[in-house]
Design a protein. Structure first.
Length: 320
C-alpha cells in the first residue's frame, strides 16, 4: 500500500513538473529573442540523463544554450507521455515501431513544432545505438501527423559545447540542433483553419457509414473539389489548400486525407517515397484487418499515357 501511494505521488509530481510550462501553442506576442526565450522544466532529479532546450528568435546563440543547459532545461524523459490538443489528429502508426529513446525524440519534435519553436537542442546520446537518425525520426513524425507537411524547411546540425559550458563536471556537451525556418505562427494558424473545415465535413457526412464508406466519402470530396498543382517554392499551406478545395500537390492531398480519416476513426497514415527524380506522398488506411493504399492525387487532373482521364477510383484501395 505504501509503495502504491508513493508511485501515485511520484506520478502526480512528474505531471506537475512537466505542465509547469505552458504547452499550448503560443501567440505572436510571446516570441522573444534567443537569449531570453529558453523555456524549461525544473528537474527534481539531480542528474538528468538527457537534456533538451527550446529557443525562439532569429539566431541561435551558443552562449544562451550553454547557460540553459546548466540550469534551465527540459529532461527528455518528461516527454514520454506528453500530449497536446493536436495529438488526437496523429495516427502514431510509425511511432509504435520506435524504441523508447526514439519515441522521446519523436515527442520532443512534436512539442517543438506544435509550439512553433525555431530551435531545439538535444543531447546526441539520446540516439546512441539507435537504427534511426535524427532526420529519419522527423520523417516518421511527418508521416504520422497530418499537421506536419513534408515542406518544412528543417536543418539538423551537430553542436559541441566546450568543457565547462552547459554540462556538469566540465564534460563536453555533444548535441544536435534542429532549426525550423518556416513552421511559423501564421502557418500553424492555417492548420487550425483546416481542422475547423475538417470538423464541418465530418459533421455533415452521412450517418452510420462503415470505415470503408467513410474512407471513400473523403476520397470523393478531395478528389472532386481540389485540383493538382505543383505550386511555387516557398511557404505553402498544403493541408489548408487541399481541404478548402483549392489547389495543392500530393503532400496536401495526403495530409488532408489523413486528417479526415483519423478524425472519423479510420486509421490512416502517410507513405513517403523520395528519389533523385522527385518524391511522392500518399496514404494507407486500415479496414477489414488489412492496410490499403489510397492516392487521392491520382484522380486530380492526372492523365495516363493515352491522354485519357484516370478512372475515378484508380487510386483507392490498392494493396502493395
Amino acid at each position: 500500500m505504501k509503495k502504491r501511494a508513493f508511485t501515485f505521488a511520484l506520478s502526480l509530481l512528474l505531471v506537475f513538473v512537466l505542465f509547469a510550462c505552458d504547452t499550448a501553442v503560443p501567440t505572436d506576442e510571446s516570441s522573444e529573442d534567443a537569449s531570453s526565450c529558453a523555456e524549461s522544466v525544473c528537474s527534481t532529479v539531480e542528474e538528468p540523463v538527457y537534456k533538451v532546450v527550446f529557443f525562439r528568435g532569429e539566431t541561435f546563440s551558443e552562449e544562451a544554450a550553454a547557460n540553459a543547459l546548466r540550469s534551465n532545461y527540459y529532461r527528455a524523459e518528461a516527454f514520454a507521455d506528453l500530449e497536446s490538443e493536436y495529438s488526437q489528429y496523429n495516427s502514431y502508426i510509425h511511432y509504435e515501431s520506435l524504441t523508447e529513446n526514439e519515441k522521446l525524440l519523436y515527442r520532443i519534435y512534436e512539442y517543438a513544432l506544435y509550439n512553433s519553436y525555431r530551435f531545439v537542442l538535444f543531447d546526441a546520446s539520446l540516439l546512441e545505438g539507435s537504427e534511426q537518425t535524427a532526420g529519419s525520426i522527423l520523417r516518421i513524425l511527418s508521416a504520422d501527423s497530418p499537421l506536419l507537411e513534408q515542406n518544412l524547411w528543417l536543418a539538423l546540425d551537430e553542436i559541441k559545447l566546450p568543457a565547462g559550458e552547459g554540462s556538469e563536471g566540465g564534460a563536453e556537451f555533444n548535441g544536435i540542433l534542429l532549426t525550423c525556418d518556416n513552421f511559423t505562427f501564421e502557418l500553424f494558424g492555417k492548420k487550425k483553419d483546416a481542422i475547423a473545415i475538417a470538423e464541418k465535413i465530418i459533421e455533415e457526412m452521412p450517418e452510420r457509414l462503415s470505415p470503408m464508406e467513410s474512407a471513400k466519402h473523403f476520397y470523393k470530396i478531395l478528389g472532386r473539389n481540389t485540383t493538382y498543382d505543383i505550386g511555387e517554392d516557398g511557404i505553402q499551406n498544403y493541408l489548408y489548400d487541399a481541404i478548402s478545395g483549392q489547389s495543392t500537390h500530393c503532400d496536401g492531398f495526403a495530409n488532408a486525407y489523413s486528417l479526415l480519416c483519423n478524425m472519423a476513426g479510420v486509421p490512416c497514415y502517410e507513405k513517403i517515397c523520395n528519389s533523385p527524380d522527385g518524391g511522392h506522398t500518399w496514404n494507407a488506411i486500415y479496414f477489414n484487418h488489412s492496410w490499403y493504399n489510397v492516392d487521392v492525387s491520382a484522380i486530380a487532373n492526372f492523365k495516363d499515357g493515352d491522354g485519357r482521364e484516370t478512372p475515378f477510383w484508380y487510386g483507392f484501395g490498392f494493396q502493395d
